[in-house]
Design a protein around this ligand. Structure first.
Ligand SMILES: NC(=O)c1ccc[n+]([C@@H]2O[C@H](COP(=O)([O-])OP(=O)(O)OC[C@H]3O[C@@H](n4cnc5c(N)ncnc54)[C@H](O)[C@@H]3O)[C@@H](O)[C@H]2O)c1
Length: 194
């Protein structure tokens, strides 16, 4: 895994992009809104500045992290050459279904397609693509650069191989991945929301 596409540059998307870029991956950050991309990059820079002030990273680490991120407004351009796509767009079922249908058409069949959804079934999302075995939930917590937990959700068709790759990758990011069932709210929100 070298290149990661992140779809959506809002609260979660910019945190996910920051986390992958800081771990040395090339990140293609995609959003339909140029304004959102600008805001997302400004948030990443501000969060990195805070880390430099605290002494947890150096000024050089900050520049390297920012230079690892490229922004796009066109999904087709953004996903070229990526090994993994992490979708973190607005929590809307129709919107996410359309994004995954599009990803199914434009990505090679071996690209892993992950969703950061908080509440939509990964099985249902997987049903939108030709190869549902490569679709998985990768549910990061907010703020992503700080929070360790990542819920890893298998859909009905998600393969063992894809699950292992994403579990291992999460560890490489310095996170604590936990496999959870594809139930409404998964585990964290199922407990948190009531
Ligand atoms: N906010 C949280 O605490 C939190 C925590 C865990 C998971 N999530 C999940 O993460 C996802 C994103 O949530 P958020 O809080 O970052 O939302 P947000 O509203 O901050 O950001 C969503 C971004 O998606 C962009 N977008 C919308 N349609 C798009 C498209 N077709 N292509 C590309 N970009 C598009 C919007 O322009 C916006 O910048 C949701 O699925 C949400 O459930 C949120």
């Amino acid at each position: 895994m070298k290149q990661i596409a992140v779809i959506g540059s809002g609260t979660m998307g910019n945190g996910i992009a920051h986390t992958f870029a800081q771990a040395g991956f090339t990140v293609k950050l995609i959003d339909i809104s140029e304004k959102s991309l600008e805001k997302g990059m400004a948030t990443i820079a501000a969060n990195l500045d805070r880390m430099v002030t605290k002494g947890s990273i150096t000024e050089e680490d900050k520049h390297k992290t920012i230079s690892n991120i490229i922004t796009y407004t066109d999904i087709k351009d953004g996903v070229v050459g990526c090994d993994l796509v992490v979708e973190a767009a607005t929590e809307n079922i129709t919107l996410k279904m359309n994004i995954f249908k599009q990803l199914s058409d434009i990505c090679d069949h071996n690209v892993i397609l992950a969703s950061n959804t908080s509440s939509i079934s990964i099985t249902q999302i997987g049903a939108q693509v030709v190869h549902p075995e490569r679709v998985i939930g990768m549910h990061f917590m907010n703020p992503v650069p700080i929070m360790k937990l990542v819920e890893i959700i298998r859909g009905y068709s998600t393969s063992d191989e894809v699950t292992k790759i994403i579990m291992d990758l999460s560890v490489k990011l310095g996170k604590t991945p936990t496999e959870v069932n594809d139930y409404p709210g998964f585990v964290a929100n199922r407990i948190l929301m009531p």
